[in-house]
Each structure stands twice: as C-alpha cells, then as structure tokens.
Design a protein around this ligand. Structure first.
Ligand SMILES: NC(=O)c1ccc[n+]([C@@H]2O[C@H](COP(=O)([O-])OP(=O)(O)OC[C@H]3O[C@@H](n4cnc5c(N)ncnc54)[C@H](O)[C@@H]3O)[C@@H](O)[C@H]2O)c1
Length: 348
C-alpha cells in the first residue's frame, strides 16, 4: 500500500507548517461532525471561520464552544437558498463544502432530500467560488466506488453502482455528480478545487442516528447492549480519526498539485465489523451481547451492502504528509469518552 503515485512535482505538504493568520474560510455544514472539528482547527491556526449550516443533521452543540470567539461567525440557513451565501463566499479565501445529506439510514429513508441537498447546493457553491476565485474543498465519499470490490480502491477505478431499486446508491450518484461538477468547474472555469473521498471518518461528535457504526456500537455498549451487527459482520472497513482527516483536508487545500484531483481520505488499516463490535465491547469494559440482524430487518427489503472497503492512500501520501495517524484504540477511547459524557436519555 505504499506504492508511490506522484501527482505533481512538489513534495507532500506538511499540514503542521500551514499558517492561517489573516485568512477567511467558509465551512458549509460546519455545525456537523467533520465541519465542527475543522472549524476548531482553522480557528486555532488563526483563521476567521464562517459557518453556514441548516442544522438538519448538525447541531449547535457541536459549535457551542466556538460561538463566543471573535473570529467565528455562524449563520443558520441552507446552501440551497440562503440569500447571504454570495457575500460569504466573496469574503473567503477558502470554502470547505461539507453540507450534504449523509448516513445510510437517512439516505434510505429520504432519497428525495438526498438529491436536493447534494446536487444543486454543490453547484451553487462551485459557481460562486469560481466567480470570486477562492479555493474549494468538496466532500465526496467512498460510496462512489459503489459495489466495486477492488482492494484497495483507487481514485481512477471505475465506479460500479447497483440498480436504481437499491436506494442506497442514490447517495453515491449524487456525490458522483458533485465530483463531475467540481472537475468541470476546474477545467472550464479554472476553479482551484480538490475533491476528498472520505472513507469512514470517525470520532467524538459523530451521530449514530443516521447509521454511522462506531457511535452506534459505543452507545449500545454503554447502555448495556446488545451491540447490533448487520448480517454476518464480515464486512471490511477502515476508520480514520476526524482530527487526522482535518489535517489532511488542510494539507490538500494548501497543495496546488491537489487542485483538479480526486483524493481518497481515510485509513488503510482494515477490520471486520464483527471484530469492531468485539473491540468496542472490550474498550467499554463490559460483556454485553453482540446480536446479528439481517439487512432486511435493519433497512427493509432490497438493501445491498458493500462488503469490503479499503482505500488506496498512495495519491494522498504523495500530496500530504500525515505522521502517526491515530489508531483504532485512540479512536475508541475518544468516542467512548464523548458518548459517556452525554446524557443517558439522549439518543445516540
Ligand atoms: N463522516 C464520514 O465518514 C463521511 C464519509 C463520506 C463522506 N462524508 C461527507 O463529509 C461531509 C460531512 O459529513 P459529516 O460526517 O460531518 O456529517 P454531518 O451530518 O455531521 O455534517 C453535514 C452537515 O451539513 C449540514 N447540512 C446538510 N444540508 C445542508 C444544507 N443544504 N445547507 C446547510 N447545511 C446543510 C447538516 O446540518 C450537517 O451539519 C458530508 O458531505 C458527507 O457526505 C463523510
């Protein structure tokens, strides 16, 4: 997994060396999980941070600690129609476009909203950013690989989506359209845009409500179980700590070789979901049962899962220097501490 893929002439950027004094950044979806960690990090580095979020899956609790800060501004509204968006983009050097409908549960339940949230708003951001010549990061997803079973998954691989009656692929399709749009704006309008395909970014503040596995398992274990695993639990996934993902995003945004590129963002350390359930139980320190349920019980008829998802990180490593990413033990420690600090009555 360390084969060198060189995407340009420069050396990988060390995100630790990037300074944000005097820069202004807009984060759409900045009250969400990844967005709130990014906001925190950009503020720490000296940036002015503007957040636009409609709080559909995000929450003000995620940014509560930032709201009193002088260089932080929060605007509640949708990227689709918030009238002040043009002005916000004009003030910016960088836009991180994270706002989207996310989570398998959400997508299966709300396919219409998935389309309306994920396509037109992205085009609006790209259009405004191209007009004001600021740089853009567009959040995409490993879901765009579809049912492709290549391991590791490389950015140049074909995408193989299932048939339209398998609702989960609607999310992949919207993110693919976003990728095509971003590349089109790069080629036709010279937009400096980088597309990050996230592979299971996890950590404190991630909600388990829309199908994300680690917060769901941790919360189930803390409440006395059972930990509910879908199907046989042999699905393979890799997990990256959100604080490492944020460093990678900053590195990519500051490496001109990344513009016009699609880049996998994640870890390539693989684990099965059953093993993950066991690691969660061990880390929580109790002996709750692990229960298996069918995909049909979890999502209704016709659900199709992606059995193995491991990213190739060769391109990422040629663009960004990431030293000692946090391992699963560190991820679980942080998520357990976070979940344990939430009220017992709160939903995961
Ligand atoms: N976490 C992951 O592992 C992962 C994996 C693949 C892709 N992604 C992508 O990363 C981005 C961030 O995801 P996240 O995990 O932080 O999820 P999240 O749900 O916590 O964040 C998304 C945020 O966008 C906001 N939002 C949604 N539609 C909006 C709109 N029209 N206008 C304004 N705000 C809106 C939500 O309220 C939320 O705060 C998303 O684009 C998602 O598709 C994340």
């Amino acid at each position: 997994m360390t084969e060198p893929v060189s995407v340009g002439s420069r050396r990988p950027i060390d995100p630790a060396q990037v300074c944000y004094e005097g820069r202004t950044c807009l984060i759409t979806g900045g009250a969400g999980f990844i967005g709130s960690h990014l906001a925190e990090e950009l503020l720490r580095r000296g940036a002015r941070v503007l957040v636009l979020d409609d709080l559909s899956t995000g929450s003000v609790a995620n940014i509560a600690a930032l709201r009193g800060q002088e260089r932080f501004e929060f605007y509640e509204g949708s990227v689709a129609d918030w009238p002040g968006l043009e002005e916000l983009v004009e003030r910016c050097d960088e836009v991180y476009h994270l706002a989207a409908a996310v989570g398998v549960d959400y997508v299966v339940k709300y396919p219409i909203e998935t389309v309306t949230r994920n396509i037109f708003p992205t085009e609006r951001v790209l259009q405004l950013a191209a007009a004001s010549r600021c740089r853009v990061f567009v959040a995409s997803s490993s879901e765009v690989y579809g049912r492709g079973s290549a391991a590791p998954m490389r950015e140049e691989d074909d995408t193989v989506l299932g048939a339209p009656d398998k609702t989960r692929y609607i999310y992949a399709l919207t993110k693919l359209v976003d990728e095509y749009l971003a590349l089109a704006y790069h080629r036709q309008r010279g937009l400096a845009v980088v597309i990050g395909r996230f592979f299971n970014v996890v950590g404190p503040r991630q909600s388990g409500r829309y199908g994300m596995v680690i917060p769901r398992f941790v919360s189930q274990a803390l409440r006395g179980g059972p930990i509910v695993v879908h199907d046989d639990g042999n699905q393979i996934r890799c997990f990256m700590h959100v604080r490492d993902a944020v460093q990678v995003m900053i590195g990519l945004m500051n490496n001109p070789d990344a513009y016009g590129q699609i880049v996998n963002i994640g870890s390539d350390v693989a684990i099965t979901i059953r093993q993950l359930a066991e690691r969660v139980r061990e880390a929580v320190g109790n002996s709750v049962p692990i229960k298996h349920i069918s995909y049909e019980q979890a999502f209704g008829p016709g659900f199709e899962d992606v059995r193995c998802r491991i990213p190739s990180l060769a391109k990422l490593r040629s663009l960004v220097k990431l030293e000692n990413p946090r391992d699963l033990a560190a991820i679980l420690r942080d998520v357990i501490a976070f979940e344990a600090s939430r009220s017992n009555t709160e939903e995961p």
